[in-house]
Write a protein that binds this ligand. Structure first.
Ligand code: NAG
Ligand code: NAG
Ligand code: NAG
Length: 274
């Protein structure tokens, strides 16, 4: 009798336990007043709950005194920046010591947002003068966030490491443009403009594609333009129609030339603008 009443209870308890997060980042960080601002920002950006949904994570926390202008960023930018401070793996100082060749490339939560371009979603960690230096893996990015200490860790679920300053990932807020050469991935001629914010980086490519489509379509409007002229001819003896067609083709290729020249000017001005 007793067993029967306990069993459902036990089941629901187990269910609740399995769906519960391994940790609550807000609660953990609230025990460390030095990170109260960072903690607030995690909640404000909605990143805290995303962190709690993970089982294995490393949070690169910034102490209040070093938070800089993070507090004045828009919520959108803030979330991106903070997402680059959450590594999708467990790293405590001991594990960092074991890094092969004293360097590692780490995947951050920003990589999972699907918004990352180039290496924006990755971090590069290197040992320099006995310190662990964290920075964006984007080529040419400044890397000078030093690991100051381990705030807490709960192997192998969560580790919180304290950095001397926020990691700056080029292009995340649209103000910093990677100065390095564009990676070979981008094949379109629009790769010439430097990648700014990812939305901006996308648009030239999209715009670059659409003109080329127009270019292939271009002959058809000019042929249509000829057809009203040639259709009265079509009523008259059929012998006229082949010359009409012959006329239309140089016209259409001339039109095509004009169109592509126009597109070239548009593209060139776009490139100049970027
Ligand atoms: C996490 O902890 C904070 C602060 O203690 C609390 O307000 C919040 O409800 C907790 N979140 C979850 C999902 O338990
Ligand atoms: C780590 O997380 C897993 C589930 O994600 C949980 O089963 C385990 O108890 C956690 N470990 C600790 C030490 O909390
Ligand atoms: C991190 O950056 C340094 C310096 O640019 C480089 O030597 C190292 O190979 C990089 N590490 C990884 C894992 O890519």
């Amino acid at each position: 009798m007793l067993n029967r009443s306990i069993l459902p209870l036990l089941c629901s308890f187990l269910l609740a336990a399995s769906s519960a997060s391994a940790f609550n980042i807000t609660k953990i960080l609230s025990q460390y007043p030095d990170y109260s601002t960072f903690n607030e920002l995690l909640s404000k950006s909605g990143l805290a709950s995303e962190i709690n949904n993970r089982g294995t994570i490393t949070v690169l926390a910034i102490p209040n005194g070093a938070i800089g202008d993070l507090t004045s960023k828009s919520e959108d930018v803030l979330k991106r920046v903070l997402a680059t401070h959450v590594v999708l793996d467990y790293y405590d100082p001991m594990k960092l010591q074991r890094m092969k060749d004293k360097t590692a490339k780490m995947t951050t939560m920003y990589q999972q947002s699907g918004k990352a371009v180039y290496d924006q979603g990755f971090l590069n960690v290197t040992v320099k003068d006995g310190s662990f230096i964290f920075g964006s893996a984007v080529k040419g990015a400044q890397r000078d966030s030093k690991l100051d200490k381990s705030v807490m860790n709960q192997p192998y679920n969560i580790s919180i490491l304290s950095l001397s300053q926020p990691i700056v990932t080029p292009g995340l807020d649209g103000t910093l443009v990677p100065v390095s050469a564009p990676p070979p991935k981008v094949i379109s001629p629009a790769s010439a403009p430097p990648p700014a914010e990812e939305e901006e980086a996308k648009s030239p490519e999209e715009e670059a594609e659409s003109p080329s489509e127009e270019e292939t379509k271009a002959p058809s409007p000019s042929e249509d333009g000829d057809s009203p002229a040639s259709s009265p001819d079509a009523d008259s003896p059929t012998a006229d129609s082949p010359p009409a067609d012959a006329q239309s083709s140089p016209q259409s290729s001339a039109g095509k030339l004009k169109v592509s020249f126009g597109l070239f000017v548009v593209l060139a001005s776009m490139v100049a603008a970027y």
